[in-house]
Design a protein around this ligand. Structure first.
Ligand code: RIB
Ligand code: CA
Length: 313
């Protein structure tokens, strides 16, 4: 009997967050304890509504809590050009079966950590606002966080500015708190997620599975690819699912331990994750940075997850 890993999913769905949550929910290795929403791709109201629709679609019956209305310090930035005005444009989805709980995201995270008889893994795939709030408000629970598998940053390049990746840029102060916390981090940054491309023929492979969730995943990929095709991508970079895949199948990835700092100032560099590849700062590594992935094995993982929803319960 596999001992399942207790996990909290935190995200700003967002098409790639949604696919990451489909992957996590299908995995027999994970015991998802809660889902929390964060403002990022869309407003907190929209990402929370989308989170409720996703967990209803996949049949994930766990508490959902709404995150903070804005980043710790910065003003909110949203991404309607990528994810649409709803934040999850494309296929029709069920209405949320349940309302979010009354407590906010950081408090629900703290409750789960408090109640768990073992440390819990956090998988944030949006800005790190809620995780930073958890660390600030409940410092005594830091040792109940087993590991943070995050999608965010990029050592060699950014995507929202030339230097900064969206999730980190939206809330750099939160990211700085997380990277300086001492909690073990695996960072799925753009260095690897831009290689985690799902091609149109892969969409058809998933659509052909012909179960309700697989069909929705294929249609999420159709929509998500629309923006990326318009800027010359050969496929959809399913960024957030890499953070989940790093936990459930690390052997398909190449990872490097290094010290990572978050730049908080600068007209061109605010929100940059600066990775000390050569160790010149002589500081201990605070992150395991994923630098490469077996793309085909990654797509197989997504397809296997989508197929899970067609099996008899
Ligand atoms: O830069 C990619 C990240 O920003 C992904 O998490 C995507 O969902 C958006 O939040
Ligand atoms: Ca996201």
């Amino acid at each position: 009997m596999i001992k399942r890993i207790p996990v909290i999913l935190d995200g700003d769905p967002g098409h790639d967050d949604a696919i990451a949550w489909v992957l996590a929910t299908a995995s027999p290795l994970l015991d998802i304890k809660a889902v929390t929403s964060v403002c990022g791709n869309q407003t907190i109201q929209k990402t929370t509504y989308n989170a409720g629709r996703i967990v209803t679609l996949v049949g994930l019956h766990v508490p959902l809590a709404m995150g903070r209305v804005k980043p710790l310090v910065a003003d909110a930035i949203i991404a309607p050009t990528v994810h649409g005005s709803s934040g999850l444009d494309g296929p029709a989805l069920p209405e949320p079966a349940d309302k979010p709980v009354d407590t906010d995201a950081a408090t629900l995270m703290a409750q789960i950590l408090e109640e768990s008889d073992e440390p819990v893994v956090l998988i944030p795939t949006g800005p790190l606002t809620n995780v930073a709030a958890l660390l600030l408000l409940y410092p005594h629970l830091k040792n109940k966080i087993r590991h943070i598998y995050l999608m965010g940053g990029g050592i060699d390049f950014g995507n929202w500015t030339p230097a900064a990746e969206f999730n980190i840029l939206v809330d750099p102060e939160a990211a700085d708190i997380v990277f300086q916390s001492g909690v073990p981090i695996t960072m799925a940054g753009l260095d690897v997620t831009e290689k985690a491309l799902v091609f149109p023929e892969d969409f058809e492979r998933i659509r052909a599975l012909n179960n309700p969730v697989a069909t929705v995943v294929a249609e999420w990929l159709d929509f998500f690819y629309g923006f990326h095709r318009s800027i010359g991508y050969p496929g959809a970079p399913v960024h957030d699912a890499v953070a989940v895949a790093a936990l459930i199948k690390p052997e398909i990835m190449t990872m490097v331990d290094m010290y990572v700092a978050v730049e908080l100032t600068g007209d061109y560099c605010r929100g940059t994750t600066v990775g000390d590849k050569l160790g010149v700062l002589k500081k201990p590594a605070n992150a395991r940075v994923i630098m490469d992935i077996d793309r085909e094995a990654f797509v197989d993982l997504l397809a296997e997850a989508a197929a899970h929803y067609g099996k008899e319960a």
